[in-house]
Structure formats: C-alpha cells, structure tokens
Design a protein around this ligand. Sequence first.
Ligand SMILES: [Zn+2]
Length: 119
Amino acid sequence: MGKKQLKVIYTEKGLANFFGDHIEINRRLKDKKKLRDYIMKHELGHKESFDIWHEFQIDWKVMPSLILFVFKNPSTWKDFLPIQFSKKKIIFDFNLLIIYSFVISLSILVALIFIKLLK
Ligand SMILES: [Zn+2]
C-alpha cells in the first residue's frame, strides 16, 4: 500500500487544520520553517481515534514563537473554536470541546465555591 501524498493548502485564515485528505496551514507560516514543521508534525500526529493527550504533547522550546505568532496574527484565532470549516468539509474538534467543557465546568465550580464562601 503506497503512502498517499498529503496535499498542503496555504490559507489566509486559521493556524493549521488536518482535514483527513489535506492540511490547511496559514500562508504566513510558509517562511517560518521551524514553526511550520512543528505544527505540521502536530497535525499529522492526530490519529483517527480519540487522542486528547496529543494536544498536551508540547515542545516548550517552540511554544514562545508559536504564541507570539498566534498573538500577532488574529486571523489564526478562529482555530481556537471547536468547529472548523473547510471548503467542502466541516469538522468538530472534540479535543477542544472537551478541554473547553472542562475549563468552563471548573470555572463554574470555583465561582460557586467562592459565592458560598462569601456568604
Ligand atoms: Zn491538535
């Protein structure tokens, strides 16, 4: 079975997304080889099966430049939404949905505890 060549499409918006048959990546990453390679490796590492821990496999050496890039390019912010649109496909990011639900539940819990304590 030959490995299918994965198509890379440069986009104006978003950081990077793996749509199964192709990868969309921000065109501003084109000349940022180190960052681009890291993001590509991450996206390709996503398996079909459930793998939330993949999101936490972080290379802290690359993180500062990644955060800076995201901060300087508001067009990438849409990738932090748990739903993504490609030209012909909609994908849900279940990892993000779970992470957000967890963070929101935790915030509500902490808020409730504080309200109780203040009474
Ligand atoms: Zn990911």
